[in-house]
Each structure stands twice: as C-alpha cells, then as structure tokens.
Design a protein around this ligand. Structure first.
Ligand code: HEC
Length: 443
C-alpha cells in the first residue's frame, strides 16, 4: 500500500515537468540502450530508472555537449543517414528532467523495453562461417592473427549485409574479413604492397611495421615515391569489418556485395593485450540478397603508408589524393588512424574546379571508428580529385598519446600509426556485365 501511495505522489508531482517513464525513457530507448544495456559496450545500463538515475547529471552533460550518442562529423558539411544526434527538443526534455530533480513518474507510462537479438543484430544470418578453430590468444602483446577458411560456395552469392561476431569480446579489438580469390591463397587487399615493397617493412608476430629508414612522403598529393606502389589510385578493401562503435555492414538489398564460387575468407583479427590466455572463435554471418543488383557495392581504400611523424609534433599533416578514373557514386567514408589521430578532412575538386568538403571530422577518436554514410550517394565525375588530409598530435598534450618521444610511422600496432580511409561506392554507369567480369578476372 505504501509503495503504491508513493508511486501515486511521484506521478502527481511530475505533472509539472518531464518524468523518466513518460518522457525520458522513450528517448533513451531510441538513442542510447543499443549500447547502454547489460552486456554491451557502454559502462552502465540506461534501461530502467534504478540504473539510470545515478547517472542523471552525467547524462545531462553528455547530451547537452553532444558527446552522446558518439558522432564526430562536423555538422557544417555533408548529410549522413546514420547520423545519431539527438533532436534539440529531446535534449531540452532531458535537461528539464534533470533540472526538475530527475523524477521517475508513473511506472504505467514506461514504454515496453526494446527487444535485442543477442549477438546477431540483424537477426539470424543465412550463412555463418567461423575461423575454424578455438584460437588461444597468448598473454603479453597485441596480436594480429590471420585465419584463412573456405566458404565452400559452389556458386557465387550476393550478400546484402554482414556481421562479424567476436567469439570473445574481452580480447577481440577489431576484425577485417577479406575475400581470397586466387588459387595460391594470397589475399586481395594489401597483399600486393607487401610483395612489391617488402624491403621497407619489418614483420613480427604477424604485425607489419614500416622501417624508420624507409622513404618519407607526408604529402602524397604533391608527387609519388619512385618504386613505391599504392600512393595513387586505390586499393580494394576488405569485405566487411568489425570496428569499435561500428554497427554491422548493411550494404542494402539493391546494392549487395558479391562472393564468387570457391572464394576463401581471410580473417584478420587484432587481439588486444591480455594478462591471461583467452580463447576465441570469431565468426562472420552473411545475409543473402534477393537477387543480382543493378549496382554492386564496392570498396575503395586510400592509404599513405610513407608518412613520418616527428617526436612531439602537435599538428603533423599527412595527405593522400585520388583522381577518379570513372564516374562513381560515393556511399560512405570511414577514416582510420590510431591514438595520435587528430582530425580528418575529405575534399573533392570537380573537373570544373569547384571544391567542396564532403566530410570533416574535427576531433578524431581511436575509440570510435565510425562509418559516415551519405544521405544520398555523392555523384563524382571522372577526373574529379579527392584530397584526404589528416592531422596527428604526437605531443604530450594529447592525453591518448602512448609516447610523445617516439618518431612514428605506419604500423599495425596501436602504438604505431595509420593513414587510411575505407570508402564504399557504386559504379555510376553500370553495365549489367561489369561486376561478373571483374569477379572472373580477379579469380
Ligand atoms: C554506440 C554506442 C553508444 C550509444 C548509442 C550511446 N552511448 Fe553513451 N557511452 C558509450 C560508451 C562505450 C561509453 C564509455 C566510453 C566513453 O565515455 O566514451 C559511454 C559513456 C556515456 C556517458 C559517460 C559516463 C561517464 O563516465 O561520465 C554517459 C553519461 C552516456 N554515455 C550517456 C549516453 C546517452 C544519454 C546516450 C543516448 C542519448 C548514449 N550515451 C548513447 C556508448 C554509447
């Protein structure tokens, strides 16, 4: 009886301002609990009043400063379909709720809790392929481990979505799955550069690192390095990736990706440092498209591997350019750096000289490797030039910098750096045969 009476009082007091059950929970359910629920990546659950209430002030701060939900694109450039930012009126509601003492309100108003499919976020996949073994991650350093496994596909398949499911969340930091299409088992992406410029690279525990004495090119837009490949044009990227904060890849039923018959999958798994051995069996789930598309989804990766960041440099610039050799529709961009990553800008210079910024990430964070998907694919004419400009903060003022006294070059370890961009695109003028020809040629 007493409980009921208290509940009733709370409800009548709350008439004055927003309450958790009626006004705030719907906002949290829609925008926050995908991560803020037991067992997912955020530190606390926002599913019920009891667990959310102690965080009320922090929630007010996080939404007022737009730190949550995480999103790093400058709103001045581009419109993105996966932009999770809250509506201004939702922010006002949360502020008013906290300023009014964060009341619970009548439990009757609490909307039904959202239902999550644990693990597979898009429902049960049509096909699941794992790394083929229970891999024991040794304690000590970061590990990059490669697993090549057969698909056993006897015919090619169109894939509308893919999700990588870590076998052991405590140790799997990120994963790329690539297609291996040729008979001798070398992978499609990044394999070429290793063969051609191997002399500049050191290998240890599956981790590659550019040698300190390798040639230096910070501005790959100004020219190339003789004998060094992949500083112009583009490389074809991995098939699907799992990165911190990134949802599953949803290519779309009308723009799926193609896996040819007989392809193998190569998992590249970055295992984080652990104190105790950990066992992992990561898998990838594929969702089949309903039929062949007019335009298959493709990947275009741009890297500059030959930068050198001096010790202590607070704003070191690295550039990479790309001339479009055909008309393309740009679908998404994912910038990638490590701890010293500071900002990223993507500009396009059209053949008529018009210059526009497609995406600006003014404050990059290694913890959030987000994909930015354009609201409408960006039509880019042949002859346009993409200019990618990254800055790195290797000073002691960068709180996430592991060591500002180091000269930093490209390397797989998180303490080294990268300068890479993963982009999805469609052929702007597809011929019905173009995809199958490419798939055959690359086998
Ligand atoms: C994509 C996943 C994701 C979404 C969506 C998300 N969060 Fe978070 N949130 C995190 C993670 C991970 C952390 C801890 C690491 C960090 O602070 O970056 C965090 C931290 C926080 C913190 C800071 C806790 C502290 O230590 O002060 C608050 C408050 C918060 N989130 C509130 C929200 C609210 C409110 C929403 C929705 C409007 C939201 N978050 C949406 C993942 C998410």
């Amino acid at each position: 009886m007493r409980m009921l009476a208290l509940g009733f009082m709370a409800a009548s007091v709350a008439l004055a301002g927003p309450t958790f059950t009626k006004d705030v929970a719907p906002i949290l359910y829609k925008n926050c609990v995908g991560c803020h629920r037991p067992g997912d990546i955020a530190p606390m659950s926002l599913l019920d009043y009891k667990s959310a209430r102690p965080w009320a002030k922090a929630i007010r701060e996080a939404v007022a400063a737009r730190k949550m939900p995480p999103w790093f694109a400058d709103p001045g450039f581009g419109a993105f379909s996966n932009d999770p930012r809250l509506q201004a009126r939702d922010i006002e509601t949360i502020k008013a709720w906290v300023d009014g003492g964060s009341p619970e309100g009548n439990p009757r108003y609490l909307p039904p809790k959202p239902v999550f499919t644990e693990g597979w976020k898009l429902g049960k996949p049509d096909i699941v392929i794992d790394i083929g073994q229970d891999f024991v991650v040794p304690p000590g350093n970061d590990v990059y481990q490669y697993f090549t496994v057969p698909t056993n596909f006897t015919e090619g398949k169109w894939i509308r979505a893919a999700q990588i499911l870590p076998g052991n969340r405590r140790v799997v930091h990120h994963v790329h799955v690539s297609l291996v299409l040729n008979r001798n088992g070398t992978e499609g992406d990044a394999g070429g550069f290793r063969q051609q410029s191997g002399r500049f690279w050191d290998w240890k525990d599956g981790l590659s690192r550019l040698r300190m004495d390798a040639p230096v090119l910070n501005d790959a837009c100004a020219g190339e390095l003789p004998g060094v490949p992949d500083l112009s044009g583009f490389e074809e990227g991995s098939f699907t990736a799992m990165l911190p904060g990134k949802p599953p890849d949803n290519f779309g039923d009308s723009t799926p990706k193609w896996i040819p018959a007989g392809a193998k999958l190569r998992f590249q798994i970055h295992y984080a440092k652990v104190d105790q051995p950990q066992t992992d069996r990561t898998s990838v789930g594929f969702y089949l498209a309903s039929g062949p598309p007019a335009r298959p989804m493709r990947r275009l990766d741009l890297r500059n591997r030959y930068f050198l960041i001096p010790a202590g440099a607070a704003n070191h610039e690295v550039k990479r350019c790309y001339e479009f050799e055909a008309d393309k529709l740009l679908v998404s961009i994912t910038p990638h750096m490590h701890y010293r990553g500071k900002d990223a800008r993507y500009e396009l210079v059209r053949p008529d000289g018009r210059r526009e910024t497609l995406l600006l990430v003014p404050h990059y964070s290694f913890s959030w490797q987000l994909l930015y998907r354009f609201q409408q694919p960006v039509y880019v004419e042949k002859g346009s030039r993409m200019i990618v400009t990254f800055h790195y903060d290797n000073s002691a003022n960068n709180a996430s910098n592991p060591d500002s006294s180091q000269v930093v070059r490209w390397g797989d370890r998180s303490e080294d750096e990268m300068m890479t961009s993963w982009m999805e695109y469609l052929d702007a003028t597809p011929s019905s045969q173009s995809w199958s020809k490419t798939a055959e040629a690359r086998r």
